[in-house]
Design a protein around this ligand. Structure first.
Ligand SMILES: [Zn+2]
Length: 701
């Protein structure tokens, strides 16, 4: 589950509304010139004036501050005179003035973000909570975001320029090199300036939102009607009415067929073929989300459907065309690239989408991420785990076995018994709230800590499956949204509630107990997810049930390893495709398609074909995220690695409460520094690989 509204998320969203890209020399990047020239702002004169006002000792700070302001100052912000008057009035010329300014800004920003979050939470109160029927106005209210115009307003009011004039911008390289020696205040200043490291015009943000919306809609309607897949003999393998969204439902359907053993093979091969047709765009356009056409994905033959599988009858004499989808998939991706690239000139510190995604979003250099993904894909453990899977399946692996799901971590659980136990224990959300101090003690927090945490977490009845919503002001509380059915909470609900409670505890420690408000949160979402999983893994213990045995834990580890291997390759493809688009900004959709196919094949041939066969397979290109999520895919593998590192640390200390609190109160450092201080090592795949090797041994493979 995604946590909602942590400071980290809001701040990151505001600091990086777009993914980044560098202006490509020789290509005109659309957009206005972002700043006024140095001479127009009378820079040397202003510098001299400020130095004589504040003394030689401040020269370097003044130079830096003026340069930072100049990079974002536009005509509408004022002429040279206005620039000078602003700089004279707002430069904090000694340590005392700077401390006072820093304190004032931290105070108002906590108030702004904290209250904006509360207003948004109230506007969505009745859409998110199960409190009776919604009013027509609720949908309208839920779309309102009171923080949406923060950056724009801050530049217009010149608040952003006050920050840029007085505090240093820094990039990831500098943070990685010097950050270890920084004071907490220096880290807090870095987070403060991050808020204003780019000034993207509203029309560029709008273009980005539109491209993103189009991509979402394209993906959201990309369904395949499975009963209309036919084989050479005209037989239908799949049940009527099955309408599967690419790629999620197709992949999950493929996974579910392992339960049938060899009888599911035909289904799995068909789904792989469908996916390949989508990636190569040889899929007939007529079969997309259309129950009126029968299709043999192997021969690519289409016919008018001979069975009616929806409320739409097949028209008499209907002759579907076999014409392929006209590279729409890649046109949509290309439009996303062009929209993202428009932000480049307004984001001087991270002037490409890749830079914004890796350096600002993840705060991990791209080269390191790539190396981590390749370490997993190229690990000798892949072959060993593949052998285990082959033995279990009793056949050679095929490409679709990247989605093998036969490792069984949770086998043997009597869920009906647990449902009954939980329904009696938690008939309402209030009953769960009342028991929270006991649950937290059960997890290993001291009675005093448990009581304090429970007093900071509200429990609300959710409409959906549940989520955790942190606060943004220290005087406000976190909210645990949990699903309680009419007859009480069931085991699934409890399992999720414990996970969300992990988010809430992290949110509480990382907001209330972090020394600087500006440093509240964790480095990125993978960290809060990993911490939440630490809680979730203990849910049976909280119910007095036996914990999973060593075999079940080993199965879980192999499952996670295989999943990381699969998604790491997808992340490598996603990253390489964005580079290709930057290198070929004028490419057509057809050229982009060929590039994606080439990249998918090359990653496959290197890391997957030796294990799963079928040289030149393009399956790694099927993820929908690649089309509409702007270079998001590497996050999944990094998330798995981080989870293993954090779990390993908790296991090593044997003290969940203390270890959790120590880790969660560090604040939003870079991921590597956070992990270094939490576990003694930077972010990396080693913990995952060690656990996998151990799991193979313990299962005696
Ligand atoms: Zn979660």
């Amino acid at each position: 589950m995604q946590p909602f509204g942590t400071a980290a998320l809001i701040v990151a969203a505001l600091a990086a509304p777009l993914a980044g890209v560098q202006a490509v020399p020789g290509h005109v990047v659309p957009g206005k010139a972002p700043a006024l020239s140095e001479s127009a702002l009378g820079s040397q004169r202003v510098l001299n004036a400020l130095v004589s006002q504040h003394g030689e000792g401040q020269r370097l700070r003044i130079e830096r501050g003026l340069k930072q302001v100049r990079a974002f100052w536009r005509k509408e912000d004022g002429d040279g005179q206005a620039f000078e008057a602003f700089a004279r009035a707002q430069f904090a010329g000694d340590a005392k003035a700077l401390d006072a300014l820093f304190g004032r800004l931290e105070f108002v920003l906590e108030s702004y973000f904290g209250h904006a979050l509360e207003i948004g939470r109230d506007f969505r109160w009745h859409t998110e909570l199960d409190l009776g029927p919604m009013l027509p106005v609720d949908e309208l209210l839920s779309g309102y975001d009171p923080g949406a115009h923060f950056t724009e307003d801050a530049f217009a009011s010149k608040l952003a320029f006050v920050v840029l004039l007085n505090f240093p911008l820094s990039d990831l390289e500098q943070r990685l090199k010097e950050g270890e020696g920084w004071t907490r205040r220096q880290w807090a200043e870095a987070r403060l300036v991050d808020l204003f490291s780019k000034r993207i015009p509203a029309e560029v943000n709008q273009a980005f939102a539109e491209a993103s919306g189009r991509a979402e809609r394209y993906i959201a309607s990309y369904n395949i009607w499975m009963h209309h897949l036919v084989d050479a003999k005209g037989q239908r393998l799949f049940e009527p009415k099955k309408r599967l969204l690419s790629h999620w439902n197709l992949r999950d359907e493929l996974k579910s067929r392992y339960a049938q053993g060899p009888a599911g093979l035909g289904h799995q091969r068909s789904i792989q073929k469908v996916m390949e047709r989508i990636v190569t765009q040889t899929i007939p356009a007529a079969v997309i989300d259309n129950p009126l056409v029968d299709w043999n994905p192997f021969t690519n033959e289409v016919k008018a459907a001979t069975v009616q599988d929806s409320d739409r009858p097949v028209p008499a004499g209907f002759q579907p065309s076999g014409a392929p989808e006209p590279d729409t998939r890649y046109q949509v991706l290309r439009d996303c690239f062009l929209a993202a690239r428009q932000a480049d000139p307004y984001s001087p510190g991270a002037p490409t989408h890749m830079a914004r995604s890796f350096n600002e979003g993840r705060q991990l250099p791209e080269a390191r991420v790539q190396q981590m993904l390749e370490t997993v894909c190229g690990s000798p453990l892949v072959k060993q785990v593949a052998q285990v899977i082959e033995r279990r399946l009793g056949r050679k692996l095929e490409p679709f076995d990247i989605w093998y799901n036969g490792f069984r971590p949770g086998a043997g659980l009597d869920e009906a018994k647990l449902d009954a136990l939980l329904r009696a224990k938690y008939p309402t959300a209030a009953a769960y709230k009342a028991d929270m101090p006991g649950l937290l003690k059960g997890l290993g927090f001291s009675p005093e800590r448990a009581a304090w945490l429970a007093s900071r977490i509200e429990v609300d009845p959710a409409r959906g499956s549940g989520h955790a919503m942190g606060a943004q002001r220290r005087a406000d509380n976190a909210h645990l949204r949990t699903r309680v059915g009419r007859d009480g909470m069931d085991y699934k609900g409890f399992n999720i509630a414990v996970h969300e409670m992990g988010h809430n505890v992290e949110q509480t420690f990382s907001l209330v107990n972090v020394d600087h408000w500006l440093l509240n949160g964790v480095p990125n979402t993978a960290f809060t997810e990993a911490l939440a999983f630490v809680f979730q893994a203990q849910d049976l213990k909280l119910l007095g049930q036996p914990l999973p045995d060593a075999k079940a834990l080993a199965e879980k580890t192999l499952n996670d390893f295989w999943g990381t291997y699969e998604i790491a390759g997808v992340g490598l493809v996603d990253t390489a495709v964005w580079h290709w688009m930057y290198d070929h900004p004028d490419a057509t959709a057809a050229q982009l398609k060929e590039a994606v196919l080439g990249i998918s094949r090359s990653v496959w041939n290197r890391y997957y074909a030796p294990v799963l066969g079928q040289k030149d397979c393009v399956l790694l290109g099927i993820y929908s995220h690649m089309i509409h999520s702007f270079l998001y895919l590497p996050d999944y593998s990094i998330g798995h690695m981080i989870a293993f590192q954090i779990e390993h640390e908790v296991e090593k200390t044997g003290k969940l409460g203390e270890t959790f609190e120590r880790m969660a109160t560090q604040g939003r450092l870079t991921p590597d520094l956070w992990m270094q201080r939490a576990t003694g090592k930077p972010v990396g795949p080693e913990a995952l690989l060690e656990a996998t090797a151990k799991a193979l041994t313990s299962l005696r493979y």
